[in-house]
Design a protein around this ligand. Structure first.
Ligand code: SF4
Length: 195
């Protein structure tokens, strides 16, 4: 199998259900509708760009420099990802900032925690700076800004998921699934999937 890199978006799909990795990356059966639903951003790029052009969010955080729309990769971890903003902070650390075209629901989803942990790894490897925070902007809740602490155990957990994904891909093994009934009912792989 010629699979060398995976993206944090694929980690989100794995967290929804590990069998997605099997159907998409082993059998190569794509599911565009579902992917769009999961990624949960970029529905209205124009709106996002309008927010991104405002500096007030970054001034609240204490940013001395930034890179917009950064494509970063890690050969070591076989990861690649596009980060809305890489922020270099006044305290010498760096952090990803990610726009979610979504409402703030008073909690950060586990999928987003893992996604930001992988972005943190990509940033620290590419720029040799510590990354222990991430910022999420919920565009549909008046740009609610949420700060996440990224810990070492979170990074290790995210990398363990990446290892699991490569295991499924390289071994071509059909993973056990613990998806909720609700997810299976919505899933367009359900006719292929032996639950
Ligand atoms: S039908 Fe259920 S178990 Fe099968 S891939 Fe979809 S969500 Fe996962």
């Amino acid at each position: 199998m010629d699979f060398q890199f995976i993206t944090p978006s694929e980690v989100i799909e794995y967290l929804y259900c590990p069998r997605f990795v099997y159907f998409m990356n082993v059998l190569r059966i794509d599911q565009h509708e579902h992917r769009r639903h999961l990624v949960n951003k970029g529905r209205d790029i124009h709106d996002l760009k309008l927010v991104q052009n405002k500096d007030y969010l970054r001034s609240r955080i204490g940013v001395k420099d930034k890179i917009l729309d950064a494509y970063l990769s890690s050969e070591k971890h076989h990861l690649v990802g596009k980060i809305d903003e890489v922020l270099f902070l006044n305290d010498g650390n760096a952090a990803p900032l990610d726009y979610k075209y979504a409402f703030w629901e008073n909690k950060v989803f586990k999928t987003h925690l893992m996604q930001q942990s992988l972005y943190a790894i990509l940033i620290q490897e590419n720029f040799s700076v510590p990354v222990n925070q991430a910022f999420l902007v919920y565009v549909r809740s008046k740009n609610h800004l949420e700060t996440i602490t990224i810990t070492e155990p979170m990074k290790q957990k995210a990398l363990a998921i990446v290892d699991d994904i490569f295991k499924i891909i390289n071994e071509g093994s059909f993973p056990n699934a613990k998806a909720e009934v609700r997810k299976c009912e919505d899933c367009t792989y359900r006719n292929l999937c032996v639950s």
